[in-house]
Design a protein around this ligand. Structure first.
Ligand code: APR
Length: 257
């Protein structure tokens, strides 16, 4: 397991190398590997028109009656399903969004047998829409729903375009999205699979995430290789442990590798 702080600074992350040079390094790593794993967050989907959470124009910086992190919690959902669904319909359902260059390139790398898995914190289903097959959704998906009482499954349509709070046809229970709300545990099986991919990856590319939410962000500790690339517009708490840091739009970078 990569003990943070043990990683000696590689020449790549030393100051001075320009973005193009860093993209050349990343291109070389990708060309030479058939064991690449990608771990991403909301920043992968911003170029598809979906706001992230913590950037200046992100969801968590917009004005709501309650902090969005409160609205997206299990307690709030149980106590205020009406207000939850007002936020859900206004902010989580983004119709007509399409995969962008990053999603498409990742799907291509999987088809070429180079990328083993996409591990995402996103709930928008855009990696699958781009053609990726092996996608581990740590925080679930807004494209799936189920009844909170009898767990009957429902298509996303039933929840994403309804008036008010959707209810189950079978038992009348409230229908909810199949996403991990704050206070809820992640699916252990998904986490274990993600861990296994990261532990055994030759190249780990992390992109479009502030790496500030656990346990997802903690996965980085399990990477044991020496080709950890971080592609993120802003700095993250893990920049200094990466072997390659590119502060650039991920769609831009992936269109060149
Ligand atoms: N290219 C590269 N990086 C980008 C881009 C882009 N086009 N757009 C935004 N970013 C970066 C931002 O600079 C930011 O650091 O992506 C990061 C997104 O961070 P967050 O908004 O915190 O999103 P994320 O890391 O996915 O949040 C993790 O928090 O609230 C929970 O469940 C929610 O899954 C989410 C989790």
């Amino acid at each position: 397991m990569r003990e943070l702080g043990e990683v000696e600074k590689q020449t790549y992350t030393a100051g001075g190398m320009c973005v193009d040079g860093k993209i050349d390094v990343l291109r070389g790593w990708i060309a030479a590997s058939d064991n690449i794993v990608f771990f991403g967050g909301a920043g992968v989907s911003t170029e598809s028109g979906i706001p992230d959470f913590r950037s200046v124009d992100g969801l968590y910086n917009q004005q709501w009656d309650y902090p969005p992190e409160t609205i997206l919690s299990r307690t709030f959902f149980d106590r205020n399903p009406e207000e939850y669904y007002r936020f859900h319909h206004a902010k989580l359902v983004v119709d007509g969004v399409k995969p962008n260059r990053a999603h498409l390139r990742l799907a291509g790398l999987e088809r070429e047998g180079k990328l083993k898995a996409v591990i995402t914190q996103n709930i928008d289903g855009l990696h699958q829409a781009a053609g990726s097959k092996n996608v581990l959704e740590l925080h679930g998906s807004i494209l799936r729903a189920y009844c909170t009482k009898c767990r009957a499954p429902y298509p996303a349509e039933r929840m994403n375009h309804c008036e008010g709070v959707p209810h189950c046809d079978v038992c009348g229970g409230i229908v909810r999205p199949d996403i991990v709300l704050y206070e809820e545990p992640l699916d252990q099986r998904v986490m274990e699979r993600a861990l296994d991919y990261i532990q055994n990856a030759e190249v780990l590319i992390i992109g479009g995430t502030s790496l500030g939410v656990y346990p997802a962000a903690g996965l980085i500790h399990y990477y044991r290789g020496s080709k950890l690339a971080l592609v993120n517009l802003s700095e993250t708490p893990y920049d200094r442990y990466a072997d390659l840091v590119i502060h650039e739009k991920i769609g831009e970078v992936f269109s060149q590798v």
